[in-house]
Ligand binder design. Structure first.
Ligand code: PEP
Length: 254
């Protein structure tokens, strides 16, 4: 059985106090209402990480992650945060390659491959995001784009590294737009990703990796998406800022 995960991406939202309140609501709801083995991963701004990790300590159904990290171990990179620092406060995950980082900060597959290596070296599990733009889909290049992101971003890894990797398929046209990929469109890409992994590594690696769908996922559409064979959960932006919505999405796996 693959691990089921619903990860929240708070992006650059919530001050320190509001972040702690939201997280506290999430933990309490998860404790009261989540009956399955699914895990919530809350990816907050850096300022919250230590406190959230303390609040979640010893409770395996809720984990904490960052939204980015630097590719170097340490050094003269003013303003940056290393994977080791993130791990040192108790965070377990890091989102890498979110389309906003690719678009606004020029992050390339090559750079993301280095960030992935550094995250794994420091015991952080990457949630590695891939996905095509609307233009790429309209030009029917989406399979090529996804394949290139996989090949350049994660296919240099050893098979054993895939135990610690999570992939997130996030069509850029569905992020924050209210337009969700249909469950069929998402499943088609998830199955393609798994096929590519099976061809590069083997079927066991492909069958074992958790692949999340992200893009305007909400409590209303989560059940249909998560019912698909190759969709193992979601990466949730907007709806992760409301405890009720986020936990309701998580409860799809109850
Ligand atoms: C995201 O930012 O990863 C995301 C999926 O956002 P939203 O759910 O708001 O579309």
């Amino acid at each position: 059985m693959r691990k089921k995960i619903v990860a929240g991406n708070w992006k650059m939202n919530l001050d320190y106090t509001d972040g702690l309140s939201l997280f506290s609501e999430v933990i309490n709801m998860v404790k009261d209402e989540v009956t399955g083995d699914q895990q919530a991963v809350v990816c907050s701004p850096f300022i919250h990480l230590h406190s959230l990790a303390q609040m979640a300590k010893g409770y395996h159904k809720v984990a904490v992650g960052a939204q980015n990290a630097h590719q170097a171990e340490s050094g003269a990179y003013t303003g940056e945060i290393s994977t080791k620092m993130i791990a040192s406060v108790g965070a377990q995950y890091v989102i890498l390659g979110h389309s906003e980082r690719r678009q606004y900060f020029g992050e390339t597959n090559e750079l993301l491959a280095k960030k992935t290596d550094m995250a794994l070296k420091n015991q952080l599990k990457p949630i590695f995001c891939i996905g095509e733009t609307l233009e790429e889909r309209q030009a029917e290049k989406h399979f090529d784009v996804i394949k290139q992101q996989l090949v350049e971003g994660v296919f240099h890894l050893e098979a054993v590294d895939f135990d610690k990797l999570v992939l997130a398929y996030e069509p850029v046209w569905a992020i924050g737009t209210g337009v969700t990929a249909s469950a069929e469109q998402a499943q088609e890409i998830h199955a393609f990703i798994r096929k590519e992994i099976a061809e590069k590594y083997d079927q066991t690696v492909a069958d074992g990796i958790t692949i999340l769908y992200g893009g305007s996922c909400n409590p209303k559409n989560a059940a249909e998406l998560f019912a698909k064979e190759d969709i193992d959960g979601g990466l949730i932006g907007g709806a992760s800022l409301k405890s009720r919505d986020f936990v309701d999405i998580l409860k799809t796996f109850n």
